[in-house]
Design a binder for this molecule. Structure first.
Ligand code: CP3
Length: 365
């Protein structure tokens, strides 16, 4: 995976499809520690951000969200922008991640979905049969206007700090669509891919294009990198992943390939799947906390940049315990070509936000 150096003429040529005032092109973010690390460079300070850094761990978030449903907040550009900026101001992390949700583009495509607090995405009716899938409509790009506006406002405020856009991967979306809501082991989805492969392929193809359009809108509006979350993919065997899932994840990111922004790919419990997930054509692998970074690097090859993987359970441990763990994560991350410090999964809502600020200070020290 040979990447042009930032600022070289060939590199800029790869960006021709981005607007000229995009932060990667106008000098704001191309040399930021995050983007340099995503491109395989080792900046002086280890860049750090946290999955779910915006959200319930922050009192300013809880105050702002009072009285507004989750998906309504996501579709209000002033609100989504302010919530995205809150953790950047507070923790001085090296990136913002756009405040939204993986089911937002599905809702914008007309599916009846809401987010139930403490539970997650719940559908009015599950999508399981050939007729259910045939009734799905493509996403009208105009429906993404509130997302593009939220991103553009955020990027204007962020200055030299890059914004990460994100989307859910087709399998993780299907894990909600087929089940009709959150499930422990996504059994119905894993049955459908074998019982009715034609319906499965049609569903994942639809999801890939909907989620790909969501990613593209965020990049064109100013996101400098993207992360594809396949959170629940760890429930699959390598064979099922490669046959029934990987082609659709590749199709999702094909929607941003011509824009040449770094693509990060992450899932939970993916120790066995890391090489197959990398092979869909991503730049950086996010690693959860079940496998040490030096072992992940051995499995992926030392040239692959890694992101991760502080154990979220240790955020509530005494600082001396957490500090030793963070330093160990940074040390093991040296096995890889480059490393962006993050958690192994999202910030738990009950986390003391001061602990996150302290981790950023430690990473930057
Ligand atoms: O700061 C960030 O990381 C950006 C925001 C973000 C949210 N959802 C906001 C959110 C991101 C990146 C997501 C992605 C997402 N959503 C994923 C993939 C990442 C992961 O955690 O694995 C998944 C699986 C979902 C589905 C989903 N949405 C769940 C499981 C939940 C939690 C339900 C609950 O209440 O515990 C949501 C809701 C959600 N998305 C919240 C937030 C801040 C909580 C809603 C609230 O504050 O009321």
């Amino acid at each position: 995976m040979q990447r042009a150096k930032p600022r070289s003429a060939s590199h800029i040529l790869n960006h021709v499809n981005l607007p000229a005032n995009h932060p990667l092109l106008d000098g704001r973010t191309a040399d930021s520690p995050l983007i340099r690390a995503y491109r395989g460079d080792r900046p002086e300070k280890t860049p750090v951000w946290f999955m779910r850094q915006a959200g319930r761990s922050l009192p300013e978030y809880r105050e702002l969200r009072t009285g507004t449903a989750m998906l309504d907040a996501c579709l209000d550009p002033a609100l989504s922008s302010e919530i995205t900026l809150q953790p950047v101001r507070r923790h001085h992390v090296d990136a913002g991640i756009f405040f939204s949700d993986i089911v937002v583009p599905i809702k914008l495509a007309g599916v009846d979905v809401s987010i139930v607090p403490g539970r997650g995405p719940v559908l009015g009716a599950p999508i399981r049969t050939e007729a259910d899938v045939e009734a799905l409509r493509p996403l009208d790009p105009d429906a993404l206007a509130p997302i593009a506006e939220g991103v553009a406002r955020t990027v204007d405020e962020l200055g030299v700090t890059p914004l990460i856009g994100f989307a859910g991967a087709p399998f993780t979306l299907a894990a909600y669509l087929v089940e009709g809501g959150p499930s422990k082991d996504h059994l119905r989805a894993r049955t459908l891919m074998h019982a009715d492969p034609a319906t499965w392929n049609a569903l994942l193809g639809w999801a890939a294009d909907v989620t790909g359009a969501f990613l593209r809108a965020q990049v064109l509006a100013g996101a400098s990198a993207v992360q594809l979350f396949d959170s629940w993919v760890g429930s699959l065997s390598v064979a099922d992943y490669e046959q029934h899932v990987a082609p659709f994840s590749a199709r999702a990111i094909s929607h941003v390939k011509d824009l040449d922004v770094p693509v990060v790919h992450f899932g939970v419990g993916t120790g066995e799947l890391l090489p197959s997930m990398h092979a869909i054509g991503v730049d950086v692998m996010g690693v959860d906390d079940r496998i040490p970074l030096d072992e992940a690097s051995r499995r992926l090859g030392a040239e692959v940049p890694l992101q991760g993987n502080i154990n979220p359970a240790l955020l509530a441990a005494p600082w001396s315990v957490l500090e030793a763990h963070v330093l160990d994560v940074i040390e093991r991350g040296r096995a890889a070509r480059s490393h962006v410090l993050n958690l192994g999964h999202g910030v738990p809502p009950e986390t003391d936000p001061d602990v996150l600020t302290r981790i950023v200070e430690l990473a930057h020290a």
